[in-house]
Ligand binder design. Structure first.
Ligand code: GLU
Length: 469
């Protein structure tokens, strides 16, 4: 554990990076500070008739761009400090990946496993109603999304409640991560994990950086340990495995499993679904203490659960050479120093897990335009490409193998466009951050470079809008 509050940890990263910029202290303070925090306690009638008081928050760290954006989590660990820290990370994350939003985060202090579906629905709707009344939600104000303990089901309840109260044309854009039939977008569920894969693959493709770590370039054959098999951890593991990496360990509440030769992630998930636990998976060794999972021998460690998992206490025992932060804030600021000194490469949350909000941005644009991506151009593109290829066959005298024209001529579907936009966004962000690091003779760590990138972009928005010219 760490005694440093989460928001103070985020701010210490900010301060370290701010020294590499030449902005006035007042502007830096304005960028760093959390602009608004809404706190509410509302009653929930349980199924047995008893009444509970439920606490909830929504923090808007920055409205330098509107709307502000960020998930809503359901967890007993929720606190004002945590939502402010996570909202700040959203500001920096959106800036780094050029997603035009401010940063926000919400939380409800409950363990969703202890509530029935109707109870969860009642409390989600009530929380949304509170946000609506206080203008902490709206397609042009603040747009929530899924986070730890929430998913498309909760987003559908939020959208429905908001629409019923607000009666606006664009009301459906008040929240993202919705089910497809409620205005969601294809590829959003997998987006964060897919983005983590793109970011790690890009890092591994950099021969110069891999050489410094004593690793060969490329993802192929690299060993990976994942902490957390939730939506993000599972998808990151699956895409990394499909991309040629070898999953050697997974750690969860109940313990960890390890096999240095690797195992199939889908088989592990099926085993956990059947037996209720990771442990006892054929061909893997059980580790009863889940913390040991973080210290397993591997090339890449992917913490995909909650914040403050790698601390000064366990950082010296982490064996991975690369840490890909799929969760928000999994490495404490003290541990960050220890790991940097040891030469571990940390690919920071501030852009590695930005795939979720990137595809949320696509969903929001889709909602505001009331039009599915690919709907207008797909058939036209198909026809043009078919004509082109047929013309080549006719005039150049080549004959393509059967099926080739159909394959090549295929127009892009919504999911193809979403995944292409996501890949481009994460790769660009990685290279932009790496360029900043290299401009400082490679001495700067990736997190500091990511924060420099974010500070410059937020400062530019203030300047361009005529505030602090
Ligand atoms: N909760 C996710 C995050 O932390 C997604 C936020 C969003 O899509 O707005 O990045």
């Amino acid at each position: 554990m760490t005694n440093v509050p989460f928001f103070a940890q985020v701010n210490s990263h900010f301060d370290r990076a701010a020294k590499f910029t030449d902005h006035r202290p007042g502007l830096l303070r304005q960028i760093k500070t959390c602009n608004q925090v809404f706190h509410t306690t509302f009653p929930l009638q349980r199924d047995d008739g008893s009444i509970e008081s439920v606490e909830g928050w929504r923090a808007v760290h920055s409205s330098h761009k509107l709307p502000s954006k960020g998930g809503i989590r359901f967890t007993t660990k929720a606190s004002e400090d945590e939502v402010m820290a996570l909202a700040a990370l959203m500001t920096y994350k959106c800036a780094i990946v050029n997603v035009p939003f401010g940063g926000a985060k919400g939380a409800v202090k409950i363990d969703p496993h202890n509530y029935s579906e109707p109870e969860l629905e009642r409390l989600t709707r009530r929380y949304t109603f509170e946000l609506t009344q206080k203008r902490f939600i709206g397609p042009g104000i603040d747009v929530p999304a899924p986070d730890y303990g929430t998913g498309p089901r909760e987003m559908a309840w939020i959208a429905d409640t908001y629409e019923a109260v607000a009666h606006e044309l664009d009301a459906i854009g008040c929240v993202t991560g919705k089910p497809l039939a409620q205005g969601g977008i294809r590829g959003r569920v997998e987006a964060t994990g897919r983005g983590v894969f793109f970011g790690i693959r890009e890092a591994c493709d950099c021969a110069e950086d891999m050489k410094k770590l004593g690793l060969s370039p490329g993802l192929e054959g690299k060993t990976v340990v994942v902490q957390g098999l939730g939506n993000v951890g599972y998808h990151a593991a699956k895409f990394l495995q499909d991309g040629g990496a070898v999953i050697v360990g997974v750690t969860e509440y109940e313990g960890a499993v390890y096999n240095p030769k690797g195992f199939d992630i889908e088989a592990l998930v099926a085993h956990r679904e059947d037996s209720g636990s990771l442990l006892g998976f054929a061909g893997a060794q059980d580790l009863a203490a889940r913390e040991e999972g973080l210290e397993l021998e591997c090339d890449i460690l992917v913490p995909a659960a909650l914040e403050n998992q790698i601390t000064v206490e366990n950082a010296p025992r982490v064996k991975a050479k690369i840490i890909g932060e799929a969760a928000n804030g999994p490495v404490t600021s003290d541990a960050d120093k220890v790991l940097n000194e040891r030469g571990v490469m940390i690919i920071p949350d501030a852009f590695l897990n930005a795939g979720g909000v990137t595809v949320s941005y696509f969903e929001w644009v889709k909602n505001l335009s009331h039009l599915r991506f690919g709907r207008l151009g797909r058939r036209f593109d198909m026809r043009m490409r078919t004509t082109l290829l047929q013309t080549v066959e006719e005039h150049v005298g080549v004959e393509f193998p059967p099926g080739t024209i159909e394959d090549v001529a295929q127009g892009a579907q919504e999911e193809d466009l979403v995944n292409s936009g996501l890949e481009d966004t994460i790769i660009e962000a990685f290279n932009e951050v790496r360029d900043i690091k290299m401009r400082h003779d490679g001495q700067m760590d990736m997190r500091t470079a990511a924060f420099v990138c974010a500070i410059e972009k937020v400062a530019l928005t203030y300047r361009e809008r005529g505030i602090f010219p």
